[in-house]
Write a protein that binds this ligand. Structure first.
Ligand SMILES: [Zn+2]
Length: 223
């Protein structure tokens, strides 16, 4: 694993337990489980926990069976979330996905998904498992289905930049969003098959099927 960036990509967060150091993303080598750690006082936050408050939970509590927990963990900063989770976070937090970005011009968005310019523009364009929603010439919504057989990425969203599909369990999807600060914003839970968040004027909707992420949609709130 070669870190490409020495700086914590998630921004600098000072430890609320000791106030002395920065909370960094770590992982357990054997399992890959990620968590957050203050190297100064050993305070630990599990993925998805609120790191703005001290929780008085420490490395020895997190790995109680390890005589020297420091030997079985390593820094994970500079590494990205697994593909689908990173795509989810990018889409939710930035409104971006593999060349698409909310607010871009219709013609550019259609080029990305490989759809010829339409003579009679309609509001929703479907391409593969990607669905685009337009208001006039502006892209205002992107949604992606994650079928069990694999996402069909259309047009210029090639395998090299579009996330490879692996099944994302509901808790992991929600934890990734919480880590990105999304879930601290208002969220509603219509039922256990859907979750909705609002972030920076965008509505993010997740759908789950049998405990796995099955669709993600992001749209700009219209006035
Ligand atoms: Zn600390």
């Amino acid at each position: 694993m070669k870190p490409t960036d020495r700086e914590p990509r998630d921004g600098v967060e000072v430890c609320p337990d000791c106030g002395q150091d920065i909370i960094r993303r770590y992982r357990v080598r054997a399992t890959g489980e990620q968590f957050w750690l203050c190297e100064e006082c050993d305070a630990v936050w599990r993925a998805g926990a609120d790191r703005s408050v001290a929780d008085f939970f420490y490395l020895s509590d997190f790995l109680p069976a390890e005589p020297d927990p420091w030997k079985v963990i390593e820094r994970a900063e500079g590494t990205q979330q697994p593909g689908p989770l990173q795509a989810l976070v990018d889409l939710a937090a930035k409104g971006e996905l593999s060349g698409l970005a909310l607010g871009m011009h219709r013609a550019d968005a259609l080029t990305v998904v490989g759809v010829p310019p339409d003579p009679a523009p309609i509001g929703v364009v479907e391409a593969g498992d990607v669905s685009l929603t337009f208001e006039a010439d502006t892209l205002v919504g992107v949604s992606v289905r994650f079928p069990p057989t694999g996402v069909r990425w259309p047009g210029l969203m090639p395998a090299s930049t579009a996330p490879r599909l692996t099944p994302v369990p509901r808790p992991e999807a929600l934890a990734a969003l919480r880590d990105a600060g999304v879930e601290s914003l208002s969220a509603t839970w219509p039922d256990d098959r859907a979750a909705e968040f609002w972030i920076d004027g965008r509505r993010v909707r997740l759908e789950f099927d049998q405990g796995l992420l099955s669709a993600v949609g992001v749209s700009r709130a219209s006035n």
